[in-house]
Design a binder for this molecule. Structure first.
Ligand code: MF3
Ligand code: CO
Ligand code: CO
Length: 271
């Protein structure tokens, strides 16, 4: 992309970054993904989510980076850890993980001013069969959404790819939360919906940076936020899963900034 594009925004307020900006996002995305790789061994029955978060904060510090979530709207932790029927924004705490618990760990780091945001699923102990299916479908829904990222396609195409796949497996896409633009900021336009109609929404252009982070419920899509004003849970108490990548639109398609260096983004669950 040429230099005139520097600092450009689309009419929808979506920032178009230039070629040099990809390197910054790579570094931030790689650190976030590496921390998620390394945290896997700290997830086990009897472990607390607070201890997992403490280790994450230590790793962010050790890398000379900053946590994007500490201090964000008063949030105090380096991660969100969402267990079982928690949809997202679970607050790390003293509760011990039990056998068969599934959890999403979501980490956002700032490296040289660039934001890397990614989350994936983990299990404590033995993975229950129905949770395994939920995790599989959620992961594949994210990847199907990413697969349609290319110049000329629309955000509605992404949402449709995710929603049609999830609903085809008789699960529900959460509509109360969405992905987001990011880059030099944590949350920027557009709202990246995980549902939609083909051909609708803003048109994808090279240099757009955003997350795709579908939340999928085994039961109904409805969520509610607990009294702590953060924790979002399924209204029907059904299990929920989520995967998140930070991606870019390139001239030819997409690039994923938060690929797992260890290749463990989708843990191969052997039960
Ligand atoms: N990382 C989350 C996201 O994917 C945002 C967490 S904000 C927090 O957008 F304050 F809850 F940590
Ligand atoms: Co995000
Ligand atoms: Co996130």
């Amino acid at each position: 992309m040429n230099k005139e594009h520097r600092g450009r925004q689309t009419k929808d307020g979506i920032r178009i970054y230039d070629d040099a900006d990809f390197a910054g996002m790579h570094a931030a995305g790689k650190l976030a993904a590496t921390i998620l790789d390394e945290i896997a061994e700290h997830v086990f029955v009897g472990q607390t989510t607070g201890e997992i978060d403490r280790i994450i904060e230590e790793k962010v510090d050790a890398a000379g980076a900053k946590s994007a979530t500490i201090g964000y709207k008063g949030y105090k932790h380096a991660s969100c850890i969402s267990v079982n029927h928690v949809v997202c924004h679970g607050i790390p705490g003293d509760k011990k993980l039990k056998d068969g618990d599934i959890l999403n760990i979501d980490v956002t780091v700032i490296v040289d001013g660039w934001f890397g945001d990614t989350s994936r699923m983990y299990v404590a102990g033995k993975l229950p069969r129905k949770a395994e299916r939920l995790i599989e479908i959620t992961h594949d829904a994210l990847m199907r959404g990413i697969d349609v990222v290319a110049p000329g396609n629309t955000f509605g195409d992404i949402g449709h790819a995710i929603q049609s796949y999830v609903e085809g497996h008789r699960m529900s896409v959460v509509t109360d939360f969405c992905g987001h633009g990011l880059g030099r900021v944590f949350h920027a336009p557009p709202n990246v919906l995980h549902y939609g109609r083909p051909g609708t929404g803003a048109i994808l252009e090279p240099g757009m940076f955003f997350t795709i982070e579908p939340m999928v419920n085994l039961g109904r899509a409805e969520t509610k936020t607990l009294a702590d004003d953060w924790t979002a849970v399924t209204r029907d108490k059904s299990l929920s899963a989520q995967f998140e990548h930070s991606v870019a639109v390139t001239e030819t398609g997409f690039e994923i900034f938060t690929l797992s260096p260890a290749g463990t983004f989708h843990p191969t669950y052997k039960t």
